[in-house]
Design a protein. Structure first.
Length: 149
């Protein structure tokens, strides 16, 4: 079935649906940053797991297991952030499709686009909260004491 489409209508539909694409750009950047942090968490956990075999001191084992537990929490937060960012991207993609179809084919999907856009923004904000908590956990163990001369 061929649909007679006015080029001006299509151009306006593209303009209308491009605005949410900027959010997709931010989401892809965040996914890259969080995935990088997750990779570093995994690398550190693997290093600690190997070091358990070489340390025989019970106190050292306790310290290692405590850090592994913290890395596990950080990994879960990073995974949660990535999942929320992915869901955000899906919602924003749906928003773009509905806006484009609404403009070009007279599809009445205003409520769908509103709900999907707001759901995407909420997912993005929740992902940022997960990212904030993960970085807070990572930095609270740092010791910034100055070396004594």
């Amino acid at each position: 079935m061929l649909l007679p489409l006015d080029p001006d209508t299509v151009a306006h539909g593209i303009q209308l649906s491009v605005a949410p694409v900027f959010l997709l750009t931010a989401v892809s950047g965040m996914i890259g940053a969080v995935a990088n942090r997750l990779a570093r968490i995994i690398d550190r956990a693997r290093l600690l797991e190997r070091s358990i075999q070489t340390h025989t001191d019970a106190h050292e084992h306790d310290k290692i297991f405590k850090e592994l537990a913290e890395l596990r929490r950080r990994g879960l937060l990073a995974n949660c952030s990535i999942a929320l960012l992915t869901l955000c991207a899906v919602c924003i993609g749906l928003t773009i499709i509905v806006l484009f179809l609404g403009e070009t084919l007279n599809f009445q999907g205003l409520r769908i686009s509103i709900v999907s856009f707001l759901a995407g923004v909420v997912c993005f904000l929740l992902a940022l909260v997960c990212f904030l908590v993960e970085t807070w956990i990572a930095t609270r163990v740092l010791n910034f004491a100055q070396p004594k001369p």
